[in-house]
Write a protein that binds this ligand. Structure first.
Ligand code: PA5
Length: 430
């Protein structure tokens, strides 16, 4: 179970502040779970995690086995909520260099940008490889994935012929609506569903996340078990609930002028998870002229870049540090008889011990510098912890956004750039 350590936030807050927010958190949690708040037609994610394997999950596992047996490469096409979740999961559990390991199919992502260079690089990587694609789009009309889809379908058809290509195209979309659903039905692609009551950034525990994870060798059943446990344990209606503590503290800090939250982790493989979190909180809370800006940092690397700003810049931020239990398999620092680098004082120490001291030293420095720090302590990096983290952040976000007084489930601002772009492109109707 995730533990929230709030012992380093008290410079700006007091315990009475926190206790005074109890009713507010209680109400926010209540309207969320009772479906009485704005955006209440998008609450399907609350009930996605189950202890039993569903038919959809069995189908996902079967499709993944097929893809693993006939493809060297799996291309996942999608953007935003149809992209960040699967990438976050695969990089966190399988590592940033998962594609170099050679054990599982390589997983590449497309349709999340409009870069010609990135596209041409992907084409070169696919050269001579057997590949399948997973097109993920809830609306089925988003421009970036639509352009990549058109090109990838052609590549598959040229390589395998129209009929065989169809067996290599997997579609994850709305069960009834949108151009992608229509295309899948007409062409006979295998499809998976994004339930209409689950918004993009809350969809990682549907086929959106689970199929790419399964292809990459992560058991979706384990992810769901972690999420289902979190669903059960995070239902407590008191400050014993870690989601309450997190949602309350971040809102209280915001009210004290801490307008930026920096999600930090000492694992480089956490980078895309932080990106998923950034979208979740950014799109859910940034509206009506309000919202905590979700920033991210990778420590210790960013201590050598952002560290100065965090320590002594404008006092408008707080940190949330995600800590994983140290790995069981240790790496030790060896002795060097010449000791030219002066490191022999660390002889025999494990790397995770050094990392722990870096964390503690940074924590004290930042707190001394006036940065409140929330620490989220969790277990080892694995599929179960991943599921737990996804659900923890989703629930915390729903509660937190209701405390802030905004609709956590819409994103009206995202449309503005699209309208301008369509007008410039000459899309009919714009
Ligand atoms: O969270 C969201 O709803 C958005 O980020 C969408 O996921 C993103 O815009 C992609 O949309 P779609 O899945 O419809 O292609």
């Amino acid at each position: 179970m995730i533990k929230v350590d709030i012992s380093n936030v008290w410079g700006d807050l007091s315990l009475p502040d926190l206790l005074g927010a109890e009713q507010e958190v209680f109400q926010a949690h209540k309207i969320l779970t009772e479906g009485k708040g704005p955006g209440n037609d998008y609450l399907g994610w609350l009930d996605l995690p189950t202890f039993e394997e569903t038919d959809e999950m069995r189908r996902i596992r079967r499709a993944a086995e097929r893809i693993r047996s006939d493809s060297d490469v799996f291309v996942v096409v999608g953007i935003g909520g149809s992209y960040l979740g699967p990438r976050a999961a695969i990089e966190l559990v399988k590592g940033q260099n998962h594609n170099l390991r050679g054990k599982d199919p390589q997983v590449f992502f497309a349709g999340n940008n409009l870069s010609t260079r990135a596209w041409q690089e992907l084409c070169a990587l696919l050269e001579g490889k057997d590949f399948s694609i997973n097109i993920i789009s809830k609306s089925g009309t988003t421009t970036e994935p639509a352009i990549a889809t058109r090109a990838l379908r052609w590549m598959l058809e040229r390589k395998y012929g129209a009929e065989k290509a169809k067996k290599r195209i997997y579609v994850t979309t709305d069960p009834a609506r949108g151009a992608l659903r229509q295309m899948a039905t007409e062409e006979g692609y295998e499809t998976f569903v994004i339930p209409p009551n689950v918004g993009g950034r809350y969809s990682v525990l549907t086929a959106v996340g689970l199929l790419p994870m399964a292809v990459a060798g992560i058991n979706p059943v384990d992810v769901m078990l972690g999420a289902a446990r979190a669903r059960k344990e995070l239902d407590i209606r008191s400050f014993e609930n870690p989601a309450w503590q997190y949602a309350a503290i971040r809102n209280l800090l915001y009210r004290k002028g801490k307008a930026i939250e920096m999600l930090c982790c000492y694992e480089p493989s956490f980078r895309y998870f932080a990106g998923w979190w950034q979208q979740l909180f950014g799109e859910s809370e940034g509206k009506d002229g309000k919202g905590i800006f979700p920033a991210t940092a990778e420590f210790t690397a960013d201590l050598h870049s952002l560290g100065q700003m965090i320590q002594q810049g404008e006092r408008n931020l707080f940190e949330t540090v995600v800590r994983f239990t140290a790995p069981r398999k240790k790496t030790s620092i060896e002795v060097d008889w010449k000791n030219l680098d002066g490191l022999n004082y660390l002889e025999g120490k494990t790397l995770d011990f050094v990392e722990e001291q870096a964390f503690l030293g940074t924590l004290n420095a930042h707190v001394d510098g006036g940065v409140p720090v929330i620490v989220l302590q969790t277990d080892e990096v694995d599929a179960d912890t991943l599921g737990e983290l996804f659900y923890f952040f989703e629930l915390s976000c729903g509660i937190s956004a209701y405390m802030l007084g905004v609709n956590p489930f819409n994103q009206p601002g995202v449309e503005f750039y699209k309208k301008n772009m369509f007008k410039l492109l000459g899309k009919p109707g714009y």
